[in-house]
Design a protein around this ligand. Structure first.
Ligand code: THU
Length: 157
């Protein structure tokens, strides 16, 4: 048997001025948008924002349901909106924010990672991810693939 290793590389900073103006705007708009989260059951208000290749910024939140599994994460609310309304645009960067001080950024759930990967493969261009904590810690991943190594995709079908 041969051991194989996977290394996941990401950057961490707490300096907002390390980002360019477009990304700083994306981050501040995404943070403010968490006020729109519909999370009456968990009170865990998540927002996501993304910047397209035309410079447009669009945002989404989690939307919960009394039947808990019906709830949708902020990332998938936003990605569904992006793919259906901007089918020919490329997503450059997506930011995710949780309005709760938990010490470090929250990272997308497995289902959202699979959705991100699908869209990254569809657009043939990596989606940069910026995970933002309430305390001002930023984790930067260069691609959805970094969050989902050894992924399943449509090539196998
Ligand atoms: N949630 C998100 O919106 N994104 C994540 O990355 C993690 C979890 C939502 C789903 C649910 O509304 C609440 O957070 C608690 O799980």
């Amino acid at each position: 048997m041969q051991e194989k290793k996977i290394v996941v590389r990401f950057q961490e900073t707490n300096q907002i001025d390390q980002f360019n103006e477009e990304i700083q705007t994306l981050i501040s708009q995404t943070k403010a948008f968490s006020a729109n989260a519909y999370a009456p059951y968990s009170n865990f208000k998540v927002s996501a924002g993304l910047v397209l290749d035309n410079g447009e910024i669009i945002k989404g939140t989690n939307v919960e349901n009394a039947s808990y599994p019906v709830s949708i994460c902020a990332e998938r609310t936003l990605l569904s909106h992006a793919v259906s309304n901007y089918p020919n645009n490329v997503i450059k960067t997506m930011a995710v924010y949780v309005d709760k001080a938990i010490g470090s950024p929250v990272s997308p759930c497995g289902v959202c990672r699979q959705t991100l990967l699908e869209i990254e493969l569809k657009q043939k261009s990596p989606i940069q991810l910026i995970l933002v904590s309430k305390e001002g810690v930023y984790w930067i991943f260069d691609s959805a693939k970094d969050l989902l190594p050894v992924y399943f995709d449509g090539e196998a079908l």
